[in-house]
Ligand binder design. Structure first.
Ligand code: ATP
Length: 355
């Protein structure tokens, strides 16, 4: 990863000391703190307001120390204290979303992974450009409603959790669509959703080689999405609409899944090409990422989104998954992050995994 002066400056406080692991108390923080503890790293929880009491219920996943700020936009003010504590910040979906991708990218603390990825992931057009350059199969995109030739999904930019997405059975039903902001129209892919959890290590010299490092598959989940997942009980989308309810895809939980073993090469190939392109485009993705896609009946894995950090679906596998057990028994994504930090310290190569 290209090391800017400021990135080196941010890491200066880590020299010769055991780093601590810090993250925002939400999303996958229990797993991140537990994994760090398993690897012997101190932990620091960033809380908005008083730390939530649920941490008391999970002593092994409770951070050693909390740092609280009254409001989320005050998080950057704890940067000096984080640096004094030798902290490495672990990004997760809520952390980046609550603070905003730009403000997160500017935080003056060492961050696990390459923060340059945020610019490529948070802009749907750039994300598509990256995945297309990697020759990844994706849902077709229609420039205009008149091009639609089958079921379609209209997605708003930045609509977290798919709020307000519009499903159209065909071009005809798009006539009812009244946009409320910038959007894209995509082919609605029929198939089965898989959210595939990868870890890319630039420090590893064994395993499934990609670039100078290796790619690990640590788990897979499917998301429970309200209210669309319950649609079948009402018969059809029209029934929901008749009741004045717009279908939504708000994630409410996760379920574990495995893929037919014969389909594993497809997801590995796609992930490897995405990592290779990331190295060329912005110096490389590091650590956890998730390919979110739909496997069609013809076994085409169409990727509709990439998350370039730990995803909440990994919370299913705090003691290992049907995949990570073949990498190392009992390995979670949180623990894998801590291992990479420990390896970076031992090899004196933290500069390759932090930014
Ligand atoms: P989040 O930020 O929570 O990941 P988002 O607003 O970025 O959500 P997407 O992840 O792109 O939205 O899509 C949300 C959900 O919509 C997916 O989990 C999936 O169920 C469904 N979906 C998205 N794109 C398609 C598609 N092309 N065909 C079928 N279903 C899709």
């Amino acid at each position: 990863m290209g090391i800017s002066l400021s990135s080196a400056d941010r890491r200066a406080g880590l020299a010769g000391r055991t780093p601590s692991v810090a993250t925002l108390c939400s999303h996958s923080s229990l797993q991140i703190f537990y994994g760090a503890r398993q690897e012997g790293l101190p932990t620091l929880g960033l809380a908005i307001g008083p730390p939530h009491r649920y941490y008391d219920a999970f002593p092994l996943a409770r951070p050693d120390r909390f740092l609280s700020v009254p409001k989320v936009d005050q998080l950057p003010t704890v940067a000096p204290e984080l640096k004094r504590s030798g902290a490495i910040v672990i990004p997760h979906g809520s952390f980046v979303e609550y603070l905003g991708p730009e403000r997160f990218a500017q935080m003056d603390v060492p961050v696990f992974g390459n923060r340059a990825v945020i610019a490529w992931e948070s802009d749907r057009r750039k994300e598509r450009e990256w995945l297309e350059l990697a020759h990844v199969s994706m849902p077709r995109r229609f420039e205009d409603a008149s091009e639609v030739d089958g079921p379609a999904i209209v997605k708003y930019y930045g609509a977290k959790g798919g709020k307000g997405f519009f499903l159209a059975k065909n071009r005809e039903s798009l006539k009812d669509f009244r946009p409320t902001g910038p959007y894209v129209i995509q082919e609605y892919v029929l198939g089965t959703r898989y959210y595939v959890h990868f870890f890319y290590s630039p420090l590893s010299d064994r395993g499934y080689r990609v670039g100078h490092g290796s790619l690990e598959l640590l788990g897979m989940d499917r998301r429970d999405e309200a209210n669309i997942d319950e649609l079948y009980k009402l018969g059809a989308q029209e029934e929901l609409l008749k009741a004045g309810i717009r279908p939504t895809f708000v994630v409410t939980g996760n379920v574990p899944v495995v893929l037919r073993e014969s389909l594993l090469p497809k997801v590995f190939d796609a992930a490897a090409r995405i990592v290779e392109r990331s190295i060329e485009l912005f110096g490389g993705m590091v650590g956890p990422f998730c390919l979110e896609g739909i496997m069609t009946e013809d076994f085409d894995f169409k990727v509709f989104e990439i998350s370039t950090r730990i995803v909440a679906g990994t919370n299913l596998f705090t003691s290992g998954s049907p995949y990570s057990d073949y990498v190392a028994p009992g390995l979670s994504m949180g623990r894998r992050i801590a291992q990479e930090i420990q390896r970076g310290v031992a090899l004196d190569r933290l500069d390759e995994i932090l930014s």
